[in-house]
Design a protein around this ligand. Structure first.
Ligand code: FAD
Length: 292
């Protein structure tokens, strides 16, 4: 099932993100966690891909398992920045052979050791080149791309960032998923600007339930997201009490989703981070709204 065909319904639906194991040793525990999330019957599940190659080999195994055994459409992430054309083309053939038709085309983060390398000789410098590659493949992929309501950290300004986003969409992205954000107004503002710039594909907001105080620091370092005072107060009050912090973080994410739906957004992607209990709690908080 193509994700683009799931994005037309009028009622709220949730999708969940998981990440693959780093090593064979943790494969079974990660597989079990992703299966528990699949049993919640989300609209689809996305499986991340390690940019440096470290966690890349199990992405397809996890995606295929979710799809084959649980009937949940899988979105396979694929990055290109430190890969050769040969590697990427081989990966695309494997994805196709596994029967996965949804691919999230990402550049990936440039590994620290390559920060000062000569990028002009790389096979891929931007995600748009991976979108072209997927379009040229002998397959009919539904292609997703990443977008950044608060600007990608490497962009000097939002106009430039949106210009490049438009190029990526025009190259063949069927939908976009956003970086996490903690203030919905940032998303509404971003949507207004990209629609004005002529980007018309569906945009799926990405919501990260923050369930422990350390995660706040990590998430913000990685994403550069703005943290509203209302969220900071939760961390100040509950940060040292893990159970209370988890409850407050899930409640905050639930509130964000309700506000998005109240403002006309029907598909929300939850960065559930291999935590079935968090995914289940968000879903049960919204049970009447979701009709589940
Ligand atoms: P791009 O679209 O290539 O954009 C990167 C930067 O380059 C932006 O600043 C853009 O404005 C600029 N740019 C684009 N085209 C041009 C151009 N022609 N000339 C000049 N500048 C240009 N990372 C992983 O490693 N694995 C994952 O599974 C993963 N999943 C993600 C899922 C989502 C929803 C999001 C939001 C991010 C994800 N990431 C993942 C992180 C992502 O790889 C990084 O944010 C990365 O730095 C940018 O990837 P991109 O695909 O957005 O790149």
């Amino acid at each position: 099932m193509k994700i683009i065909d799931l994005l037309t319904q009028k009622s709220l639906s949730l999708s969940f993100e998981v990440f693959p194991p780093k090593t064979q040793t943790s494969f079974e525990s990660v597989k079990t966690a992703t299966e528990e999330i699949a049993k919640l019957r989300p609209a689809f599940m996305s499986v991340t891909y390690g940019a440096g190659g470290g966690t890349s080999r199990y992405t397809l195994d996890i995606a295929q398992n979710i799809k084959q055994h649980y009937g949940v459409p899988a979105l396979e992430h694929l990055t290109c920045v430190s890969s050769t054309k040969e590697t990427v083309r081989q990966k695309i053939r494997e994805i196709q052979a596994a029967g996965i038709c949804n691919v999230m085309a990402l550049r990936g983060d440039v590994p620290a050791e390559l920060q000062n390398a000569d990028r002009s000789v790389w096979d891929y410098r931007y995600a748009v080149e991976l979108v072209y590659e997927l379009k040229q493949a002998d397959a009919d992929f539904c292609i997703g791309g990443a977008c950044y309501p608060e600007i990608h950290p490497e962009s000097s300004n939002q106009t430039e960032d949106i210009k490049h986003l438009k190029e990526k969409v025009d190259a063949g992205c069927d939908f976009l998923t956003t970086q996490m954000f903690f203030d919905n107004n940032l998303l509404y503002n971003f949507l207004y600007k990209i629609r004005e710039a002529g980007i018309t594909v569906p945009v799926i907001p990405g919501i990260m339930p923050i369930t422990n105080a350390n995660q706040v620091v990590r998430a913000i370092q990685l994403s550069g997201s703005f943290v509203p005072q209302r969220f900071k107060s939760l961390v100040d009050k509950f940060g040292s009490d893990p159970a209370a912090m988890k409850q407050a973080g899930i409640a905050y994410a639930t509130d964000q989703i309700i506000d998005l739906y109240a403002n006309g957004i029907t598909n929300v992607h939850v960065y559930s981070m291999n935590k079935p209990d968090v995914a289940a709690k968000i879903q049960s908080n919204l049970s009447d709204i979701l009709g589940k």
